[in-house]
Design a protein around this ligand. Structure first.
Ligand code: NI
Length: 174
């Protein structure tokens, strides 16, 4: 089931999310809902706070090539345990900040640890788009958005435009 995605600025997108301690069916179905929401958007990653849940859970699937099998990942308590010195620049976007994109520099390769829906621990090296995406999503769990990497002026400009967009959307609804 699809869930509504919160739009920046929203105080819930600035919060530190709490670790998942007990795997429940509710959390598993939240993961499924988040994947459905992400694919529908469409996007390549989504974090729980973006659907208003302040727990450490992200989903991603960065397979973009036509004909390649999808690889949906649901990650509880994801953590970067090592990062490369080498960096990469990607033009990032965010489902909570639609239609705004900017170059962000991040470590090119990261080692990520997480718990899956069955409570099993995984560790994996990620590179390319996967590395960027997983770092972007984990940032969400710490209340950080990709625009926080930009110069203040650019960030304020995007925030102003988003505030205006939200006002217009609210007006349309009423
Ligand atoms: Ni995002």
């Amino acid at each position: 089931m699809k869930r509504p995605i919160l739009l920046h600025p929203d105080p819930r997108l600035k919060k530190l999310c709490t670790p998942v301690t007990d795997m429940t069916d509710e959390l598993r179905s939240l993961g499924d809902d988040m994947l459905a929401t992400m694919y529908d958007a469409p996007g390549i990653g989504l974090a729980a706070p973006q659907v208003g849940v302040l727990e450490r859970l992200i989903v991603l699937d960065c397979v973009k090539a036509e004909g390649e099998a999808p690889r949906p990942l649901i990650m509880f308590n994801p953590e970067i345990i090592a990062s490369s010195e080498e960096t990469n620049v990607y033009e990032e976007g965010c489902l909570s900040i639609p239609e705004h994109f900017a170059d962000v520099t991040r470590p090119a390769e990261v080692q990520v640890r997480w718990i899956d829906r069955d409570g099993k621990e995984h560790t994996e090296e990620m590179g390319g788009l996967w590395a960027t995406c997983v770092q972007h999503e984990i940032d969400h769990l710490d209340g950080k958005l990709f625009i926080d990497y930009l110069k203040p002026l650019r960030r304020q400009m995007i925030t102003r435009k988003m505030t205006k967009l939200k006002r217009e959307l609210a007006r349309e609804k009423s």
